[in-house]
Ligand binder design. Structure first.
Ligand SMILES: [Zn+2]
Ligand SMILES: [Zn+2]
Length: 121
């Protein structure tokens, strides 16, 4: 089941929701797969850093560099849904530092930029 979910996720060009993935796995396996069981597996994937969650889309992407332990930054196109993953530790550290200045313990910065990608803009 994990392999099936991973394959389905990897086949999407855009971030995929648990429902998108459940539908793809259901088709591939010719049986009904519930989004709830997909969610549980996606949680394991994100904990292992082999997938990343795009919070503003409630969707997931395969992490092409799972050894990357940055606070990943995602650029999400409002038109086509295309999502670019980039890492800039100076920016992310700045967000963490600003949070700490407020006495806030920043466990997991979520940095997503909405707009138009190079092709749509
Ligand atoms: Zn990253
Ligand atoms: Zn676009």
């Amino acid at each position: 089941m994990r392999a099936a979910v991973f394959d389905a996720l990897a086949a999407f060009e855009r971030p995929a929701s648990a429902y998108d993935i459940a539908e793809a796995v259901s088709k591939a396996q010719d049986r009904r797969v519930a989004a709830n069981s997909v969610y549980r597996i996606l949680d394991l994937f994100t904990a292992a850093n082999v997938a990343r969650r795009i919070e503003s889309e409630n969707a997931y992407m395969v992490n092409r560099h799972p050894e990357c332990l940055h606070d990943c930054i995602f650029l999400v196109c409002d038109n086509c849904g295309g999502t670019t993953h980039l890492d800039d530790d100076r920016l992310a550290d700045g967000v963490r530092a600003a949070a700490k200045q407020q006495g806030f313990n920043p466990e997991r910065p979520v940095i997503e930029v909405r707009g138009l990608c190079a092709e749509c803009g």
